[in-house]
Design a protein around this ligand. Sequence first.
Ligand code: ARG
Length: 590
Amino acid sequence: MASVASLSASLQQRVSAALAAAVPSATDADPLLRRSDRADFQANGVLGLAKKAKANPRELAGAVVAGLPADELIAGVEVSGPGFLNITVSDAAITSTLAARAADERLGVPAKEHPGITVVDYAQPNVAKEMHVGHLRSSVIGDAICKVLEFSGEQVVRRHHIGDWGTQFGMLVQYLIEHPHELDHGTDEKDAGEASMSRLDRLYKASGALFKSDEGFKERARRRVVDLQAGDPETLALWQRFVDESKIYFDSVYGKLDIEIRDEDIVGESGYNDMLAETCELLEKSGVAVWSNGALCVFFDDVKGKDGEPVPLIVRKTDGGYGYAATDLSAIRNRTGALHADTLLYVVDVRQTLHFRMVFETARRAGWLTDDVTARHLPFGTLLGRDGKPFKTRAGESVKLEDLLDEAVQRATAVVREKGEKIGLTEEEIVSNGEQVGIGAVKYADLSTSLGKDYVFDLDRMVSLNGDTSVYVQYAYARTRSIFRKAAGDQRAVAHPELALEPAERALGLHLDAFGETLAEVAEVYEPHRLAAYLFQLASLFTTFYEQCPVLTADGGPAQVESRLFLCELTARTLRQGLSLLGIRTPERL
Ligand code: ARG
């Protein structure tokens, strides 16, 4: 594994040195280098520096240019405007840098030398309940963040904080005791996940109705909660049946979604049960929490309700039960204490923003979160229907996740079939491509929007071959593969730094070189949409290259064919790696 310095990093270093040489007092002045339409890169750092040093910016720019080393990297520099540097890199430098990337398994992307430990809390559905679109977003975004972080070298611990604890389980377990056959499996079930969910749903509704109408049942259910929290074996065994039944359902949804959820990473609310009493005790002893109206509460100066009254974080309820906050606080103790995390991420709906603000602040006051630990809620917005309102079925019910995924696959299969029949795909290939394109479309639509934003779930747009979609990117990948299938035996991918590049080749090459920087940015700010945007741009640049530069019939002779095949190959590997970090597959033939 050899990491490769990008052209922009090499330039950055040279321009910094020239700035420092021109103004000796300016140690580490930032050249403010960025990609530009005028040249390959533009450096604007001279302006600020000139101001500081009270120098004429154009003169200073001239001195910086004179101070740049005459080596293979820079083909030309021009001073423009008040003192901008427009820098063109040489074709040879582009090709050699890309060749170094191609020689590395990781495409020259460096891995952190001092990785930290990040716990990512994502994909947290609730036991005995249907998953909804919010769970979809958390799963897709969280999975991509984990993958990008892992690729950066970070040590990632995944945590699926499923809702598997709380008073509703007293009701469910009690109902099951009184109706013992309700969770029995049928003999011939086609869709195990769906069947599990429908059993759970029926039980949930029936027990809820009884809880409302029957005082005796209500009382028995309440007592059952106490047994559950006290760890009564019979009660726990029945509770476990609900968890197991739900896992069948979760597995089937995650299977469709092509997201791997490992059993050992599922540590739901129940996993912290043993810590809850102690968490409350510690909060009480340290004075972080106080009793108010019979509940153990934490107060915040700046959190007030509409009536001006303070809104506390309730860690223990008046009935003695521990709620969501106590569990989250215990989870923080576990993650920083036992797991030694230095970063905690929570991929959760924007509606829980206040909850996390209060939980983090409480944990800081209690000393469970220190200055060495970063805790961040990564809130995501709401999925909207085409009417701009939160996504619902026509009947106004929340949409079943499985139905939504099935429909995406169906639509994608129709799109894939049309093309696939022309290029002679088998039925099997069409079906598998339809899945990869449909699920890719759902994930991409989710990941290409910046996290906080709401977005409209519009399948027609999502599976379109034109526009900012995963199909477009997948299609660019498939095109590279098709070029290689058509290549003659002696037409191979070889980098040729001695050859001049066409504008479309340069643009593609410069963008390929920026892959590592994009990933570093995504890992730093936890914004997968930047990777999606990078890949879409890569696919677009490849499309332009493909239209303007014949590959197998290049008129510059065999070396040019090899050189263009080399660009195709590196594009393919970059697209494939990038999409796979987003959890999106790359069909070979589309
Ligand atoms: N199960 C919760 C829900 O469906 C999300 C859990 C988020 N994670 C956490 N640590 N609180 O809303």
